[in-house]
Design a protein around this ligand. Structure first.
Ligand code: SF4
Length: 462
């Protein structure tokens, strides 16, 4: 069959009219924002094939599980959920079940072995093939298609139709994969080497989004600071700071966020671009992982506690009002009480607005999974509780300090817990709940009237 191109994506199929008009699809997403964004693209592709989204797996003709393998319980969740889908498949043999994402990439054959009622397993770089793969499964039966290492920028699936969860906010991928080798992390194995997307493609997508009414974009990459190292533009390598300025200048865009920078690569030029570009929000997610130099070295993080704190202080100096979140792993192999005390000390000094805290979970295929010195569950839990207690008190203090001040918020919609309330978000990415209904996507000034560790309360400023 002749090779053709659909929406810039090489395909071996001839483009055709939508073939599944009237059928329903259901997507369940596990894991990070990168997966959320991939699910939006899968949704866009299925909708372009005529299908309609349903929130009920029982009503679906196609079910897609977009998986995560960062933690052990993510795999457990996947196989648990696949177990529940078995009955649906027995009742409706025409149902197509697809498994994509990182678990699929890592364990393609295993997924088919453990859940033979699955029709399609596809890898992290095969999202654009999802409709072709369903067609294949229709004609020929179950199929596994896993991506193999490539480093060509041409292979970046840049132009895919996307069905976004909200009309006003969008994710924009700027790079996929990662060239680092953190010993606890499976991402380089399942997402491959870093491939940056061309500046023009990123800015072009942001312009197109702005034309559709999007006002907030979040740039996504595993390590945004190394963006562009594999590209050349006018004889030089584009850098993330320049990209940030260009995206921030797109007409119609009011908020730019990004995630995640790596502390070892986070430099003044990015902080300065943040401060110089009014649309770039005063928000930074800087993953600490541990406050112990010994553990950081064992993790291959490429910085020590002093350097981390120095970079954080630099960012806060340059970007006034910066809100900072972080990730921390408790119970890395060999972590001593002294190491953990060093983490608590850095957390106390850094005064993060928010921390995402995790208990170490060995991922097969990572160096840390082979390390000696695993800690007992009880020790890890006890340290974890102490860390959460400290961070919760800091988060509360930082939020309380905002009471009485006025902040621009972007309305997300009715609160999930209480539909009589509205949830909105500050530029620092803090959720604010307020009584009443406000249209999603509108910008308002809220006076902050109350604080708890994980959210604020507010009202329209008079
Ligand atoms: S920087 Fe480290 S933790 Fe982040 S994706 Fe790369 S290897 Fe994983």
């Amino acid at each position: 069959m002749a090779e053709t191109t659909v929406l810039g994506i090489p395909s071996v199929r001839t483009p055709r009219a939508p073939a599944r008009t009237g059928l329903n699809y259901h997507i369940r997403t596990f894991g990070c924002q990168m997966n959320e964004h991939d699910s939006e693209r899968i949704s866009g592709l299925l909708a372009a094939d005529g299908m309609v989204a349903t929130s009920s797996p029982g009503d679906a003709d196609v079910i897609v599980l977009n998986t995560c393998t960062i933690r052990e319980n993510a795999d457990n969740k996947l196989y648990g959920y696949l177990g529940t889908l078995r009955a649906l498949k027995t009742g409706n043999p025409e149902l197509k079940i697809l498994v994509g994402g990182c678990s699929a990439q890592k364990d393609g054959d295993l997924v088919m072995e453990r859940a033979p009622w699955v029709d399609v397993v596809f890898g992290t770089h095969n999202v654009h093939r999802v409709v072709d793969l369903i067609d294949h499964a229709d004609e020929w039966g179950p199929i596994t298609e896993i991506w193999e290492e490539t480093s060509a920028a041409e292979d970046f699936p840049s132009y895919l139709p996307t069905q976004r969860q909200t009309a006003h906010s969008a994710w924009v991928t700027i790079a996929i994969g990662c060239d680092n080798s953190c010993t606890f992390c499976i991402v380089p194995a399942v997402r491959g080497k870093e491939i940056s997307r061309r500046v023009g493609d990123v800015v072009g997508e942001v312009r197109a989004l702005a034309n559709e009414g999007v006002t907030e974009v979040t740039l996504l990459g595993q390590n945004v600071n190394s963006y562009g190292r594999d590209l050349e533009l006018n004889g030089r390598r584009p850098v993330f700071a320049d990209l940030l300025r260009q995206v921030g200048a797109v007409e119609g865009i009011r908020r730019v966020r990004y995630t995640s920078p790596h502390p070892k690569d986070f430099r003044e030029d990015v902080a300065t671009a943040m401060a110089d570009t009014p649309t770039v929000c005063e928000q930074l997610h800087l993953p600490l992982q541990s406050g112990s130099d010994r553990v950081l070295a064992a993790m291959h993080r490429g910085y020590n506690a002093e350097r981390f704190l120095h970079r954080l202080a630099m960012a806060r100096d340059i970007v006034p009002g910066l809100s900072v979140s972080t990730d921390i792993i408790v119970g890395f192999p060999g972590e001593t009480e002294e190491d953990f005390a060093a983490t608590l000390a850095v957390v106390a000094e850094a005064r993060f607005d928010q921390a995402f805290t995790f208990q170490f979970s060995p991922r097969p295929g990572t160096a840390a999974a082979e390390m000696d010195g695993r800690l007992s569950k009880e020790v890890v839990q006890e340290r974890f509780d102490r860390l959460v207690e400290l961070q919760t008190s800091i988060s509360l203090e930082r939020n309380q300090a905002m009471v009485g001040s006025v902040h621009e918020v972007l309305v997300e919609g009715p609160s999930k817990k209480d539909p009589a309330m509205t949830t909105a978000r500050t530029r620092g990415n803090k959720p604010v709940h307020a009584a009443g209904q406000f249209a999603p996507g509108t910008y308002l000034d809220f006076e902050i009237t109350g604080a708890s560790p994980h959210h604020l309360r507010g009202k329209v400023a008079s």
